[in-house]
Write a protein that binds this ligand. Structure first.
Ligand SMILES: Nc1ncnc2c1ncn2[C@@H]1O[C@H](COP(=O)(O)OP(=O)(O)OP(=O)(O)O)[C@@H](O)[C@H]1O
Length: 402
């Protein structure tokens, strides 16, 4: 193949341009049928871009077609706009940057190729975060991390997946104090035990949603997958689900500040341990920590609460409020799950370009406002003066045009 060089922080990444039979037809005759699709991939992809990228291969052998396949096979999601693409390895973001830069710009509110990501996991800076337990049932902060040099779940080999498991579990097993824990490999777990852990929110189920299957993330299931948990089961690491590691801190009640403190400590300890063995997490100044999904770049952090809000959730301005506050809602059983008993999962919607502390602050402010409004509605009052003026204006404007 012909050499192609992408640049990552000034360093060259040597890619290949393959000239095999696979590419003997013109790019146009291999262009995916995405006219009706409603995801970010379909929004930014053009035949010209496809023509340029389809014959490039990353140094680990990942192709552009692999990156876009989940969004080609899954035109749209009724609940939210999906990115519709994945990275097969760290270098995918560089070698196919003409494409990923545009997806990232759209998904992350105008984040540009020259923007730098800020990391700040200094939990002592956090203000507030002790949320009212009468409304907040539980708190959780999660992120994804990937081991540099090993391909991501859509593209890894069985050997790479097992290496990820070994590296992360060995590092976690050295932790002590509140982080002392053990590994529960999925292969050795009875089906009922697995099911129970999934229902309790501690463990992941097989990622059977079509976009994950299309991405190839369920291959070889359950090989090299498992749950690492500390003894108190409030610090958990999911191994080889959709990311190499999903790191989670969670607890009952509304003390999200404490949840965040444990999150920062645990994530940092894991990073220190893997680097002692000569490994790094995938990271650069521009994209922050790298994840399989471009939606989870940067902090990769989703901090959220399960909160019971029967009154506010029925207000027609609730969704506009969430949008304005950079928050997202979902059911408590995971993405796409239904709302049960008026309990919502409310979390930060941004991941990239803002630090962990900043995102926590956004969540805390938003949830505090939600609680204030819920209390006001319970009293029979009005929330007009509690809503941001921009939300009131937008709502009035929409109603006028309707
Ligand atoms: N605040 C919370 N309190 C208790 N459990 C939670 C909380 N947030 C999420 N969970 C549980 O964690 C599990 C995973 O949730 P979910 O799939 O929504 O999010 P995620 O792990 O952040 O991944 P993604 O956003 O990529 O789908 C579910 O079982 C859910 O019930």
């Amino acid at each position: 193949g012909v050499a192609y060089t992408a640049y990552k922080g000034g360093e060259p990444v040597h890619a290949r341009v393959t000239c095999s039979n696979q590419y003997k037809f013109p790019a146009g005759s291999n262009y995916p049928d995405i006219l009706q699709h409603r995801n970010y991939m379909a929004q930014v992809l053009t035949p010209e871009m496809y023509n340029k990228l389809r014959s490039r291969t990353t140094p680990h052998g990942c192709t552009f077609d692999e990156c876009i396949q989940p969004g080609v096979d899954n035109p749209s999601n009724p609940h939210f706009k999906e990115v519709g693409c994945i990275a097969g390895d760290e270098e995918s973001y560089e070698v196919f940057s003409e494409f990923f830069d545009k997806v990232i710009d759209e998904r992350h509110e105008g984040y540009k190729p020259w923007d730098k990501h800020i990391k700040d996991m200094d939990y002592t800076k956090l203000k507030g975060g002790c949320l009212d337990d009468k409304f907040v049932l539980s708190s959780r902060v999660r992120t994804g991390r990937a081991i540099r040099g090993l391909r991501l779940p859509p593209s890894c080999t069985r050997a790479e997946r097992r290496e990820v498991e070994r590296v992360i579990v060995e590092a976690l097993n050295t932790l002590h104090g509140e982080f002392k824990g053990r590994y529960y490999p999925l292969k050795k777990m009875a089906a009922e035990e697995h099911q129970k852990l999934v229902e309790e929110g501690f463990m992941f189920g097989k990622p059977t949603a079509p976009q994950y299957v299309a991405a190839g993330m369920t291959r070889d299931w359950p090989d090299a997958r498992g749950l690492w948990a500390n003894d108190s089961k409030n610090f958990l690491v999911w191994i080889n689900e959709r990311d190499h590691a999903r790191i989670i801190s969670m607890q009952k009640g509304g003390n999200i500040a404490q949840t965040f403190m444990r999150y920062c400590k645990g994530v940092n300890l894991l990073e220190q341990e893997i680097s002692k063995k000569g490994w790094d997490f995938m990271w650069n100044e521009h994209l922050g920590y790298m994840a399989t999904s471009p939606a989870d770049l940067g902090t990769g952090m989703r901090a959220g609460v399960h909160i019971k809000i029967p009154m506010l959730s029925k207000d027609p301005r609730f969704d506009l409020f969430l949008q304005a506050m950079h928050l997202q809602k979902r059911g408590t059983g995971g993405t796409d799950s239904p709302i049960v008993d008026d309990v919502y999962d409310i979390s930060n919607s941004q991941r990239l370009g803002k630090s962990e502390v900043e995102l926590m602050q956004v969540l805390i402010k938003g949830v505090e406002d939600i609680i204030k409004m819920e209390k006001e509605l319970i009293k029979g009052g009005t929330i007009d003066r509690l809503l941001p003026a921009s939300v009131r204006d937008l709502y009035n404007k929409k109603n006028k045009t309707a």
